[in-house]
Design a protein around this ligand. Structure first.
Ligand SMILES: Cc1cc2nc3c(=O)[nH]c(=O)nc-3n(C[C@H](O)[C@H](O)[C@H](O)COP(=O)(O)OP(=O)(O)OC[C@H]3O[C@@H](n4cnc5c(N)ncnc54)[C@H](O)[C@@H]3O)c2cc1C
Length: 576
């Protein structure tokens, strides 16, 4: 090879070399970018989707239904073409741009699985529901105590300071409730419960010892501290239009919080439309040396190099990426000596919901649109409330509200009398959903097809995930208990329903690359580091060893910040 081309190649390699690469810019990738850059590392963040610029690109943020071609509703054409996304019930005409269409990135459902994604800078941090309860001690101990799956290699005390750390930065509002199931954190003032919720709380707590109703902890700034305002964030306006993107930066997202913090350091290079194909493993060095990236549009492949790699592509995509990172040393996926990569995938069971009405309290109303609801932490198989028919438990997310106006949004009418009727709020109503823990099962797995590939030449992913008997039994109990609690509180028209929806619609997929102490049955050690490739860290939901029933993203944030701290200290000791 001529000398000058060698020189050119060397320069290219140098230009493509960073201290760290972060794959994915969603909730967990955002934290990795922030922590690693703030600790002085030069970081390349790779995002397969395009950019959504904070504020500028939230084009529907202040639109009203009458500004939209279909008044905010999805059309029959859209729902027909996107059955998976439409079923999720979280997308409307204002937010379609945030979500991936069904056809854009297909996968093969061996059993029905609704995979709800957003491929753009910020990932699903832009559309998430922002409910942020900590895990408790019991959640980290349950696997070992019950002989289910494998033991977590960490306990609550290991993660507690990191929960505090991420809560302070993200801005979590909540009440200090003193409950072991969902330990208290570093909270901003809570949003208020409605009069009916306070009444329901009192009825539940009086009639069902061990059960509590609290305001949900949420990643919305009820007030903004200096830390938040320094990033351009201000307090929540109670519009509850969060998933369109918030022009006030009032809820935590990559765009509002971790990205500006990382940008401030001037250590971040953010590359969009960069589809990470696989991680490069060097058998001689016994380390990962970089990643192969396909340009989303040109399909051209480029390599980038770094000393450490953080995998934050969103649980299932992180599994896909590791499975696709094969080498002579790792023919079944990077770090997959144990063979468990892709197995023990979990979601949450959101099949059971309840509606009811309440007669009375019509002199009471609420102001603004609260961006959260009320939360009934898990009570089953906790304390003295033992069940023989299923393991673990479920929490409930609920809210109460005045139905529409007048006789309701859909009431019939015309003219002045109808308009007059609309000035009065309708009766009180209740809505709630049970959020059940799913156990880790070996047969709930994802794997790569040997023949079929996507437009970027990456093998298509098979999803083979189903509910087992434990989830079915738990769902039955949740429906009964919701009914009983509402009945005791003298609600009317109580309807509970198990819609038997497929796993995935909860949008809390986890596992497949679980943490554990033993490399024989786990992928990651207590620092989220691949047992077999110590400069690769997986800190999104793929790392989860069990699923608990709390909304999981706060735990991904804390694990990511903790792993970054460890990775940088190991780098300094030249151990990586
Ligand atoms: C409507 C909705 C409501 C939710 N409510 C809550 C809630 O209340 N509480 C809670 O805790 N969680 C909630 N979640 C879930 C939460 O959004 C996710 O747990 C969280 O976003 C996961 O963070 P992540 O970083 O792992 O993945 P994501 O946020 O999904 O980000 C992954 C990123 O990686 C990118 N990527 C994927 N593959 C590649 C590749 N090969 N190369 C380069 N980039 C790649 C994606 O484009 C994406 O930007 C909700 C989600 C939705 C959609």
């Amino acid at each position: 090879m001529p000398q000058d081309s060698l020189l050119i190649n060397n320069k290219a390699k140098e230009q493509h070399t960073y201290d760290a690469i972060v794959i994915g810019t969603g909730i967990s990738g955002g934290w990795a970018m922030k922590e690693l850059t703030e600790k002085g590392l030069k970081v390349l963040a790779l995002e397969r989707g395009g950019n959504i610029q904070h504020i500028k690109d939230y084009d529907t943020a202040s639109m009203n239904p009458w500004d939209m071609p279909h008044r905010g509703s999805l059309t029959g054409k859209f729902t027909g073409e996107n059955p998976i996304l439409s079923r999720a019930g979280v997308v409307d005409e204002f937010t379609t741009k945030m979500f991936l269409n069904d056809k854009q990135h297909p996968y093969i459902q061996d059993k029905p699985f609704d995979w709800i994604r957003g491929y753009h800078v910020g990932g699903r941090s832009l559309m998430w529901g922002r409910w942020t309860q900590r895990w408790g001690e019991a959640d980290f101990e349950a696997n070992a105590k019950e002989g289910i799956g494998i033991d977590w290699p960490i306990r609550y005390k290991d993660i507690a300071p990191w929960y505090s750390y991420v809560e302070r930065f993200a801005g979590i509002s909540g009440n200090r409730d003193g409950l072991a199931q969902v330990p208290d954190g570093e909270f901003l003032p809570p949003f208020e419960m409605t009069k009916l919720e306070l009444y329901l709380k009192q009825k539940i707590e009086a009639n069902f010892p061990g059960r509590n109703l609290i305001i949900s902890r949420t990643a919305n700034l009820s007030i903004s501290t200096d830390l938040h305002t320094s990033l351009g964030r201000s307090h929540c306006q109670a519009r509850n239009l969060c998933s369109r993107g918030c022009p006030f930066g009032a809820y935590f997202s990559t765009q509002s919080a971790t990205l500006p913090a990382a940008m401030k350091t001037k250590n971040l290079t953010l590359q969009t439309n960069a589809v990470v194909h696989s991680i490069i493993y060097d058998g001689q060095k016994q380390k990962a040396t970089g990643v192969r990236v396909i340009d989303a549009a040109s399909k051209k492949m480029t390599e980038y190099y770094a000393r450490i790699i953080f995998v934050n592509a969103g649980s299932i995509n992180s599994n896909l990426l590791l499975l696709n990172s094969t080498s002579q040393r790792f023919p079944n996926g990077l770090g997959n000596d144990s063979g468990v990569l892709g197995q023990y995938v979990m979601t949450h069971n959101y099949r059971v919901s309840a509606t009811a009405t309440y007669e009375g309290m019509e002199d009471s109303y609420y102001y603004g649109r609260r961006p959260t609801g009320v939360y009934l932490p898990r009570f089953r198989n906790f304390g003295n409330d033992k069940r023989n028919d299923f393991k673990r438990g479920y929490a409930m997310a609920c809210s109460t509200f005045r139905q529409g106006w007048g006789a309701g949004n859909n009431s019939e009418g015309i003219g002045a009398a109808y308009k007059e009727r609309l000035t009065e709020p309708g009766p009180w109503a209740f809505w709630g959903v049970a959020m059940g823990e799913m156990l880790p099962y070996k047969d709930n797995h994802v794997w790569l097809d040997k023949n079929e590939r996507d437009s970027w030449g990456i093998p298509l992913l098979h999803t083979d995930i189903r509910w087992h008997e434990n989830e079915d039994r738990m769902a039955g109990d949740a429906a009964e208990q919701m009914h009983e609690m509402l009945e005791k509180a003298e609600f009317k028209n109580i309807r509970t329903r198990d819609n038997h929806q497929a796993p995935g619609r909860d949008i809390h997929e986890m596992g497949g690359c679980r943490m554990g102490s033993d490399p024989k049955d786990s992928m990651l050690n207590r620092w989220n580091q691949l047992h077999a490739v110590n400069n690769v860290f997986v800190t999104d939901g793929a790392c989860m060893t069990s699923s608990a029933c709390q909304n999981p993203s706060l735990t991904y944030m804390a694990l990511t910040a903790r792993a970054c701290d460890y990775a940088v200290s190991e780098l300094k000791k030249t151990n990586l």
